[in-house]
Every structure is written in C-alpha cells, then in structure tokens.
Ligand binder design. Sequence first.
Ligand SMILES: Cc1ncc(COP(=O)(O)O)c(C=O)c1O
Length: 276
Amino acid sequence: LIGIPVDGDGMRVDLLEPVLQREQPRLIYTVPTFQNPTGAVMSAARRRALVTLAARHGIPILEDDHVREVRFGDPIPPPLAAFDRHGNVIHAGSFTKSLIPALRLGYVVARGPLREWLTALKRNSDLFSSTLMQRALSRYLEQGAVQRHWKRVSRIYRQRHATMLAALERSFPPGSTWTGVAGGLVVWVGVPPGVSVTTLYGEALQAGVSFVAGAAFFPEPDDQPFLRLNFAAVEEARIERGIALLGRVIHEHFEAPADRSGDPRTCQRHLERPIR
Ligand SMILES: Cc1ncc(COP(=O)(O)O)c(C=O)c1O
C-alpha cells in the first residue's frame, strides 16, 4: 500500500506518475469526493488528469464515491467515471452513509473486462446480495423519495458541521488546524506539537468522548497528530459538549501546546501527509 499525498484539491496527481513508474501498482484506489478522512474534493482538472494518467499506464482506478449525496457546500465535479473513455474506472457507490447502514447495499458501475472480472468475484465471494432488500430499495428509489431524504439530511449535517467548527474554535488550543468541508460526515483536525493523540484518545474515552485517531489513515501508523471527528451522527448539543470535553482533556494533559496558528503551512501540511 503506497500513500499519495492529498491537499485541498484532493490527491496530488502530479506526484503520482513517478510512483506508477517505480512501483507499477495493480490498482489506484481513491475517494475523490469528500475524501475520508480529510473531506477534500478533487478538482475537475485533477480528475481529468488522473483518469488520463491511469489509462496511459493501463492501471485501473477504483473510485470510492461513498458519500457524494450528502453535500451542503459548493457543487462538486462529476465522478471520475464521467471522464473515462477506456472502461478503466470502477465507480463504486454505497447506501451506507446516505440512507441506511444496515441495508449493506451499494452498487458498481464498470464496463468491459473489468465488469466481467467484478461479476465473477462477486459470485465467488457471496453469490449475491439479498434480492429482497435490493427489490425494496429499488422500489424506494423509483418513487423519488430519496432525493427528499438527501436534501433533509444534508440540511441537518450542514448545521451540525457549523456547530462543530464553532465548538472547535472555542475549545481547541491555538495551533490546532481544521478545514471546513462541503459535504460528507467528518472533519479532520490537526493538533499542535506536544499533544499525543494516542494519549488523548485514552483520556478522552475515559471522559466519555470518542474519535478516530489519525494514525488509522496512514500506511505506517504511529502517533499521528490528527483526529477524525464525525459531526453527522451526533446532535448539536452533544457535539458542543463533546468538543468542550476534548478541549478540556487537551488542556489538562498537555502543557500549553506550541502555537502553530501563525504558520501558513499548517493546513497544507496536514493535508499533504500520505493518507490511506
Ligand atoms: C471511504 C469509505 N468507503 C465506503 C464506505 C462504505 O462502505 P460500505 O458500503 O461497505 O458500508 C465507507 C464507510 O465507512 C467509507 O468510509
């Protein structure tokens, strides 16, 4: 597994070509829309460049478009699959985030040999997904009600996202970094030097707050100075309480963390770490 750096415009496609030449990977996996964990959206120019580059090297792309429907900011560019002229992109969507996790249903858009290969793999792995659930979901989608659902949850999540950013502003130490997102479910927060996220995680759990430690998203996990916070699953009052508690734990357990807020590279830096 080789991580490619990510910035505010998504995967650094300009850094990908030497890696393709050197490592000759078998697959490029990417989450171009609301990337997990940074929430970054890949620009249209990079999407086009990525699809062209991968086709030139004959390497298929798996586009994980798991939460495209939940958006509350600027319009997002078309999926990578829309730029694909060679049947080189596997586009995967899911209803886990946008509708009901327990459905365990998603979909794949693929063409040509990749499609045949995926169909055989699916047959060999579990024969098929529940046809009853597929039929029920298909009925629901045909009625068009899902559009209303996506609008409603996007409105709720926009508010929760704003609440989380405001709470971070109030409670996190100077030098912490985060970037607002235009959709999805999570915010990626960098902590100042001196704060151990591993220690913070244990202490925060005891105080009743959980998050995903940033190390989970790097190919070589160690104590990465990042937290992934989910704003979607929690009501606003609890977001405020949870962030205040996290802020208090940081202040109690770490001596005045160094202030990085004046450093213009901090945001860039936290997005440019290789991310799994
Ligand atoms: C990046 C990413 N892709 C896809 C999914 C959804 O997976 P599934 O459809 O198997 O529930 C998730 C859920 O956590 C995710 O974070």
